[in-house]
Design a protein around this ligand. Structure first.
Ligand code: ASP
Ligand code: MG
Length: 413
C-alpha cells in the first residue's frame, strides 16, 4: 500500500456540498487501498473574513493573536471533512498543527517549519485511519500557535509528505494542472504532464499562482514528487519532479512566463568609475527595495547609463532615492517607466540546446517588438518590453517554440 498526501484548497472545501464530494473522492482512494493523509485549507473566503475581523479592532493586530484567530479556519474544515468521511464509514481523525506536532520557529504569521513529529501519525496510519490535518498552522517550542503565511497549506502538505516519505503529494485545486502559459492569454496553452521543480519555480514566480512558491522550494529540497490536480474533474494533472524523472528528450522550453509587476528606472550620464553601481544600488537596497533586471552600458565618453527594474509598488520610493543619488553623483537625469512587462522563456532543456535566445529574439523581431533589456539564467531568458506588447509577445513566443503541440515523445495521458 502506498501513502499519499492529498491537499485540498479553500475552493475545494468551500461548502458542505464540496466537502461531501471530497469525502467521496477520498473514500474512493481508500477503496483502492491507499493510505491517505489529507491536508485542508480553510473554507474559501474564511481566512480573509477572519483577517478583516481583526482589522476592525486593530490596524496592526498582535501577531500572536492573529495566528490564534486565523488558524481556526483550517480547524473547522478538518472536523467537517472527518465527519463526512465517518458518514461514509471511512475511519478518519482530524488533527491540528500542534497535535501532529508541526514544530515551527516563533515568527508569528510567517513561521517556518523546523521539525515534524510523525510518530502519532504513523501509529494512526498503521491502525487504518485517514488523517485530516489542518494546513497552514504549527506550534512553536513554547506551545504558541503559529501560521506559515498566506497559501501555507501547500507547504504543510509537502512537509508532511517529506516527513512521512509519502509516494506523492497531490495538490487538489481549481485548475487541472500547470500550463505552458496563462490559458486566459493564449488559447493554445497546454497542460504540461511533467515539469521540473526548477522550472516550476520560474513559472510560479511570474504568476501561474497555482502553488505557494515556498512549497515548491521545499518539495525540490526534499525531493517530494508534487502533483497538481483538479478537485472535481478527472485527469492526470501535472507532475512536478526532479529533472532526471522528466524524459531525456525534454522539450527545450517548458513554458512562457510573464509579469507586469515591474517598473524601470534609468539614471543617465553617470560618471564611469569604480564604485558607481554600488553607490546607486546600495541606497536602493538599504530602502528595502528589491532590484530585478540590471543593465549598464559600456561608456564611450566617461559617462554611462544605468538601468534597472524594481517592483511597481516600489517605483515612487526608488525614484526618490535615485534622485538623491543623481545629484550626489553629478549624473544627468533620472527617468522612470512603469509601462513595461517582463516575458521569460523557461526550460531546463536550454542547458543542452544552443540558439534559444536567438529564436526568442527572432520571434519578437518578427512582430516588431523592441527589446529594452535582456537577462539570462541557466534555464531562463527574460526580456523587458513595452507593456502594451505583452500579449503579442507571449503568443508569438508560445507558437515560435511550438508549445501548442503535444511533444512527440510524450505518451498521451
Ligand atoms: N487559509 C490560508 C490562506 O488562505 C492558508 C491556505 O489556504 O493555504 O492563505
Ligand atoms: Mg492556495
Amino acid at each position: 500500500m502506498s501513502l499519499i498526501v492529498q491537499k485540498f484548497g479553500g475552493t475545494s472545501v468551500g461548502s458542505i456540498e464540496r466537502i461531501e464530494q471530497i469525502a467521496d473522492k477520498i473514500a474512493g482512494f481508500r477503496d483502492r487501498g491507499h493510505d491517505i493523509v489529507v491536508v485542508v485549507s480553510a473554507m474559501s473566503g474564511e481566512t480573509n473574513r477572519l483577517i478583516a475581523l481583526a482589522h476592525e479592532i486593530q490596524d496592526q493586530p498582535v501577531p500572536r493573536e492573529m495566528d490564534v484567530l486565523v488558524s481556526t479556519g483550517e480547524q473547522v474544515t478538518t472536523a467537517l471533512l472527518s465527519m463526512a468521511l465517518a458518514k461514509r464509514s471511512v475511519r478518519a481523525k482530524s488533527y491540528n498543527g500542534s497535535q501532529v506536532r508541526i514544530l515551527t520557529d516563533d515568527s508569528h504569521t510567517k513561521a517556518r517549519i523546523r521539525e515534524i513529529d510523525d510518530q502519532r501519525m504513523q501509529a494512526d496510519i498503521a491502525d487504518g485511519f485517514v488523517l485530516v490535518v489542518a494546513g497552514f498552522q504549527g506550534v512553536d517550542e513554547n506551545g504558541n500557535i503559529t501560521t506559515l503565511g498566506r497559501g501555507g497549506s501547500d507547504t504543510t502538505a509537502v512537509a508532511l509528505a517529506a516527513a512521512l516519505k509519502a509516494q506523492e503529494c497531490q495538490i487538489y485545486t481549481d485548475v487541472d494542472g500547470v500550463y505552458t502559459t496563462d490559458p486566459r492569454m493564449v488559447d493554445g496553452a497546454r497542460r504540461l504532464s511533467k515539469v521540473t521543480f526548477e522550472e516550476m519555480l520560474e513559472m510560479a514566480s511570474m504568476g501561474s499562482k497555482v502553488l505557494q512558491i515556498r512549497a515548491v522550494e521545499f518539495a525540490g529540497k526534499y525531493n517530494v514528487p508534487l502533483r497538481v490536480l483538479h478537485s472535481f474533474e478527472e485527469g492526470p494533472g501535472t507532475l512536478i519532479t526532479m529533472e532526471d524523472k522528466v524524459d531525456v528528450e525534454t522539450p527545450t522550453i517548458a513554458g512562457i512566463a510573464f509579469n507586469r509587476d515591474e517598473a524601470k528606472l534609468t539614471i543617465l550620464g553617470v560618471p564611469d568609475m569604480p564604485g558607481v553601481a554600488h553607490k546607486i544600488l546600495g541606497p536602493i537596497g538599504e530602502s528595502n527595495i528589491e532590484v530585478d533586471v540590471i543593465v549598464q552600458n559600456v561608456a564611450d565618453d566617461k559617462t554611462t547609463d544605468f538601468t534597472f527594474t524594481v517592483g511597481r509598488h516600489d517605483l515612487l520610493s526608488a525614484e526618490e532615492v535615485l534622485n538623491r543619488v543623481c545629484s550626489e553623483l553629478n549624473a544627468r537625469e533620472v527617468r522612470s517607466d512603469n509601462k513595461i512587462a517582463k516575458v521569460s522563456v523557461v526550460g531546463v532543456g536550454m542547458r543542452s540546446h544552443a540558439g534559444v535566445a536567438s529564436q526568442m529574439f527572432a520571434a519578437l523581431a518578427e512582430v516588431g517588438i523592441n527589446i529594452q533589456m535582456i537577462t539570462t539564467s541557466e534555464i531562463k531568458i527574460s526580456v523587458i518590453i513595452e507593456e502594451k506588447f505583452l500579449e503579442l509577445a507571449v503568443r508569438s513566443l508560445h507558437s515560435s517554440f511550438g508549445l501548442e503541440k503535444e511533444p512527440e515523445n510524450e505518451c498521451a495521458d
